[in-house]
Write a protein that binds this ligand. Structure first.
Ligand code: NAD
Length: 274
């Protein structure tokens, strides 16, 4: 159990909480005293995470929810919100990225990327707002964005959807700030989760090669991202809203390959330094 208990008695919803970043975030909120509502379209994953929180002495419940489906989202938030009469934190995790090269991306792949990555947080935030506005515990929304929403890293349609999520967040921070609701984004770099399974199956060394591009010389972990989510949701961040916090090992700080090209062996990514 964590020594910090910043969320004692808070009602926290984590969508996509069954795996990866959402799982780590759910477990950390559970360890810090929250009642964690773990929602995932894969209900068995949500059940497992919820059971893990309970085993560790925390408080939790699990739900099967498809965050891209308006009726599933509507039912979920009205049942959970009415039961608890408020929500204190919403974390939006799911995203979807097609790997099809841009020239061949189909309309339905584009719609799928937008649907899970941008429409789903819109649906969830809109459905949660009446309950978040009833909270007197520094309520906030944290959405998982990506460095792809800030810079070009490929996966064009996914990146465009993540960029939209950042703009939606800024707009909602302005709209709801006067009523005490904060809205922020955490933008991770590469995190070795299930999301990478297909690419690793195709090229087992891909993540080792990607690691060399990161100034901190390691990939991120789901726990790195969870820590940032909890910070933004905590009272330590009570004057932070409309912000996108990169958790990216420094990859958006500059262009290592450019510096190497100019400075050769003295550059930060020179082979001797790897
Ligand atoms: N892994 C990375 O390298 C990385 C980098 C930057 C950003 N992100 C973002 O982080 C977020 C989480 O990714 P992850 O790596 O933990 O992925 P993951 O695949 O490990 O976990 C995603 C979870 O979301 C659930 N989910 C997917 N679609 C859903 C839906 N429609 N309704 C409800 N639940 C759904 C899945 O069942 C799964 O439990 C995503 O938004 C992703 O774009 C990931």
């Amino acid at each position: 159990m964590s020594a910090l208990r910043r969320f004692d008695g808070h009602i926290v919803v984590v969508t996509g909480g069954g795996r990866g970043i959402g799982r780590a975030t759910s477990l950390r909120f559970g360890a810090e005293g929250a009642h964690v509502v773990v929602a995932d379209e894969a209900v068995t994953f949500a059940d497992e995470v919820s059971a893990e929180i309970l085993e560790r002495g925390g408080s939790s419940e699990s739900w099967g929810v498809d965050v891209a489906d308006p009726s599933s989202v509507g039912r979920f938030f009205s049942e959970v919100g009415e039961r608890w009469q408020r929500l204190d934190v919403l974390v939006n995790c799911p995203g979807h990225a097609t790997d099809t090269p841009f020239e061949r991306v189909t309309e339905s792949e584009f719609v799928e990327d937008l649907s899970v990555t941008l429409k789903a947080p819109f649906l969830c935030i809109q459905a949660a707002i009446p309950y978040l506005l009833r909270s007197d515990r520094n309520p906030s929304v944290v959405s998982i964005g990506s460095v792809n929403g800030l810079r070009a890293f490929g996966n064009e349609t996914y990146g465009a959807a993540k960029a939209g999520l950042i703009n939606l967040t800024e707009n909602l921070a302005i709209r709801y700030g006067p009523r005490g609701l904060r809205v922020n984004v955490v933008a991770p770099g590469t995190i070795a989760t299930r999301l990478w399974d297909a690419r690793v199956a195709e090229e087992p060394a891909i993540l080792d090669r990607v690691t060399t591009l990161y100034p901190l010389r390691r990939l991120g972990t789901p726990e790195d991202v969870a820590a940032a989510c909890l910070f933004l949701a905590s009272s330590d961040a009570s004057w932070i809203t409309g912000h996108t916090l990169t958790v990216d090992g420094g990859i958006t700080a500059g262009h290592g390959a450019f510096i190497d090209t100019v400075f050769g062996d003295a550059g930060p990514f020179a082979p001797g330094d790897r």
